[in-house]
Design a protein around this ligand. Structure first.
Ligand code: ZN
Length: 133
């Protein structure tokens, strides 16, 4: 598997609008766009920093995985995403190695990327996303 860069860090927030007061207003990290990913019931704001970005995640429904995360743990780092050259290949390699996956096949993520999540039980407690752009 070829990993290239930390693609993004996903941060669960109660309100993107509120969070941007800090990230944009205080730190000066500009928001490059907001997108809703319907099947994840989440609104996403992208804040690029060089080749990587921060991804602010706001739930659009109480059933959203992000809403459940905040309920349990509060706002904070939700997942880390690593960019790979070939996601299909990476997933079949991980399957062969017996790594527990949440997504067995790539699916559409925000920003036109193809993504797949690994299970936190396989990664030492981190929700890890692989992303191909
Ligand atoms: Zn992500």
């Amino acid at each position: 598997m070829k990993t290239t860069v930390i693609d993004h860090i996903g941060i669960a927030v109660n309100s993107i609008e509120e969070s941007l007061k800090f990230w944009e207003g205080t730190l000066g990290v500009k928001c490059a766009g907001v997108e809703t990913v319907e099947d994840q019931k989440v609104k996403t704001a992208f804040l690029p920093i060089k080749e990587s970005e921060l991804e602010l995640l706001e739930a659009t429904s109480p059933e959203s995985p992000v809403a459940k995360f905040i309920e349990k743990k509060g706002e904070g780092i939700h997942h880390v995403a690593i960019r790979v050259d070939n996601l299909e290949e990476a997933l079949s390699e991980l399957k062969k190695k017996g790594v527990k996956l949440i997504d067995e096949t790539p699916r559409k993520g925000a920003g036109g990327a193809m993504i797949a999540f690994l299970h936190p039980k396989a990664t030492g407690g981190i929700l890890l996303e692989l992303s191909q752009r």
